[in-house]
Ligand binder design. Structure first.
Ligand code: GUN
Ligand code: ZN
Length: 461
C-alpha cells in the first residue's frame, strides 16, 4: 500500500470521519418519508403484539446534525424544530430504515459467487482458495474492494463484518476504500497455517505479527474496526489458535470472527483434528476465542451446551441462510438459537451465499426457519438485519436505529421497484405485509438510496 494512503492518528477522532463532514453549509439535514426502526426483538409475533419493539411513522421526519440523528418522529412534530438553513429531502411514498448490517461476508469471494461445489470443503478447494490467491496483488485487492463497497451500498448495507484473505494487503485495501466511502467495515487478515494450499499459508508467528500490525494501524480509524480472523479450526494449528487467543486478550475491544459447525463433513474433520475437545465450539473456547462482540458464522450443528456458552460469553452467531442452502450445509434451527439467548445477526456469506442483498437473505431466512417449524415475522426479519446486527457486533451505541445521538446510516426502500412488487404492494394492507413483500420479492432494485452518516453514497437513477 503506498505510503500516502496510510491513515494517521488524526483520523481517529470523529471530526475526521468522512461522513461527519457537513453535508450542507449548516450541517443540518431533514428527511421526510415513512420511517421504521427497532428498539428490541419483535419476536415471531404479529404487529400489535410487538408494538413495544419498533417505532413506525407513516409520515415521519428524521433530523440530523453533522450526520448524527437529532430527532426522529412524526413529520408534523419534527419539521418545525429544524433550524433555519436545514436542507430537506422528501422521500414520501418510500420507507426509511436504518442501514442493513451484514454480519458475515467474504469480499475476496465476490468473483466466485454462484460457483457450484460438492459441499463446503470441496467448494473451498475448488473455488475459494484459488480466488483468494490473487489478493496477494494490492492492485487486485484495491479493485475488488471498490466493487465490493459499491455492491454493499447498492444493496443497502452500510455496516459489514468482512473476511479478507491471508494477505495483510487485502485488509489495507478494503479499509482504505471503506474509509473513503464512510462505510462501517470490520475486517481482518485471515489466519490460516495448515490444511490449505501452500500459496495461502501463513505461520502462527507471522499471523500474530501481521494481525497486530493491522490492529495498530486501523482499529478505531474513522468508522473502521479490526476482527481477529482465524478462518476456521481446520485451517489453524493449535499454536495459531493460541496466538489468536493471545491477540484477543491483548486487545480486549477487538472481536474474533470465524466459522463454526457449518457442515457435517467439516464437523467430522474437526473431531479428528481435535479429539480431546468436547465439541467444535469448545476448540475456540479452549483458546479464549469466545468473547463479547465476536461473531461465528453458521452454527448449524451446535448443541445446547455450545449455545449456552455462546450466550454467556456474548458471542454472536451469524445466520447465513442463502449460503447454507447453496452449499447444501443444512437448516439452522433459529428457534433454538433465539430461545437460548444467543445474539443472532444475518449474514450474506458471499461467495458461499448467493446474494449481496439482505432483503433476499431475509427471504431465505424465513424459508429456512419455516422448514424448522419457526415462523419468523417480517418485523423480526428487519430487526435481524438492522439493530440485531449492530448488537451482535457491539455497535448498538453507534448504529442500528434512529435513537438520538446515533450515526445516521439509513436506506430508502421503494415499494414500486419492479412491476410485480408495485402490483402486489397495491393490495397489501399492513406494514408487516409490505415488509414481507420486500423481503420475498425485493433485491437491490428495491433500494432507492443508501445514506452513510446522512450523506447519499448511493442513489438509484
Ligand atoms: N469455512 C471456512 N472457510 C469458509 C468460507 O470461505 N466460506 C464458508 N461458507 N465457510 C467456510
Ligand atoms: Zn463464510
Amino acid at each position: 500500500m503506498p505510503e500516502r494512503q496510510m491513515p494517521t492518528n488524526t483520523n481517529r477522532d470523529a471530526a475526521a470521519m468522512p461522513g461527519a463532514q457537513a453535508a450542507t453549509p449548516s450541517g443540518w439535514q431533514l428527511f421526510r418519508g415513512e420511517i421504521l426502526h427497532f428498539l428490541d426483538d419483535p419476536g415471531p409475533a404479529t404487529e400489535g403484539e410487538a408494538a413495544h419493539a419498533f417505532v413506525h411513522h407513516a409520515d415521519g421526519g428524521l433530523l440530523l446534525e453533522n450526520g448524527v440523528v437529532r430527532r426522529c418522529g412524526a413529520w408534523a412534530e419534527v419539521a418545525p424544530t429544524a433550524p433555519a438553513g436545514t436542507s430537506s429531502v422528501d422521500y414520501s411514498g418510500r420507507l426509511i430504515l436504518p442501514g442493513f448490517v451484514d454480519t458475515h461476508i467474504h469480499y475476496p469471494q465476490t468473483d466466485i459467487i454462484a460457483s457450484p461445489g460438492r459441499g463446503l470443503l470441496d467448494w473451498l478447494d475448488r473455488y475459494a482458495f484459488p480466488a483468494e490467491r490473487r489478493f496477494g496483488d494490492p492492485a487486485v485487492a484495491q479493485e475488488a474492494a471498490e466493487f465490493f463497497c459499491d455492491e454493499l451500498l447498492r444493496n443497502g448495507t452500510t455496516t459489514a463484518l468482512v473476511f479478507g484473505t491471508v494477505h495483510p494487503q487485502s485488509v489495507d485495501a478494503l479499509f482504505s476504500v471503506a474509509l473513503r466511502r464512510g462505510l462501517r467495515i470490520v475486517t481482518g487478515k485471515v489466519m490460516m497455517d495448515r490444511n490449505c494450499p501452500e500459496f495461502l499459508r501463513d505461520t502462527a508467528q507471522s499471523s500474530f505479527d501481521d494481525s497486530k500490525r493491522l490492529i495498530e494501524r486501523w482499529q478505531g480509524v474513522g468508522r473502521l474496526g479490526y476482527a481477529i480472523t482465524p478462518r476456521f479450526a481446520a485451517t489453524s494449528t493449535e499454536e495459531q489458535l493460541a496466538v489468536a487467543g493471545a491477540l484477543a486478550r491483548e486487545f480486549p475491544a477487538v472481536p474474533v470472527h470465524s466459522h463454526v459447525a457449518e457442515n457435517t463433513a467439516e464437523v467430522a474433520l474437526i473431531r479428528e483434528l481435535y479429539p480431546r475437545s468436547r465439541s467444535y465450539l469448545d476448540v475456540y473456547d479452549h483458546y479464549g476465542l469466545l468473547k463479547p462482540h465476536s461473531v461465528y458464522a453458521h452454527g448449524i450443528y451446535l448443541d445446547g451446551n455450545d449455545r449456552r456458552r455462546m450466550a454467556e460469553s456474548a458471542t454472536a452467531l451469524s445466520f447465513c441462510p442463502s449460503s447454507n442452502l447453496f452449499l447444501g450445509s443444512g437448516l439452522l434451527d433459529l428457534r433454538e438459537v433465539i430461545d437460548s439467548g444467543v445474539r443472532v445477526g444475518i449474514g450474506s456469506d458471499v461467495g458461499g451465499g448467493t446474494s449481496f442483498s439482505l432483503l433476499r437473505t431475509l427471504g431465505a431466512a424465513y424459508q429456512v426457519a419455516h422448514l424448522n417449524g419457526y415462523l419468523m415475522s417480517p418485523l423480526q426479519a428487519f430487526y435481524l438485519a438492522t439493530l440485531a446486527g449492530a448488537q451482535a457486533l457491539g455497535l448498538e451505541a453507534q448504529i442500528g436505529n434512529f435513537a438520538a445521538g446515533k450515526e445516521a446510516d439509513f436506506i430508502v426502500l421503494d415499494p414500486a421497484a419492479t412491476p410485480l412488487l408495485a402490483r402486489r404492494m397495491a393490495t397489501a394492507q399492513s406494514l408487516a405485509e409490505r415488509l414481507f413483500l420486500w423481503m420475498t420479492l425485493g433485491d437491490d432494485r428495491a433500494v432507492a438510496a443508501s445514506h452513510v452518516m446522512g450523506k447519499p453514497q448511493w442513489t438509484r437513477a
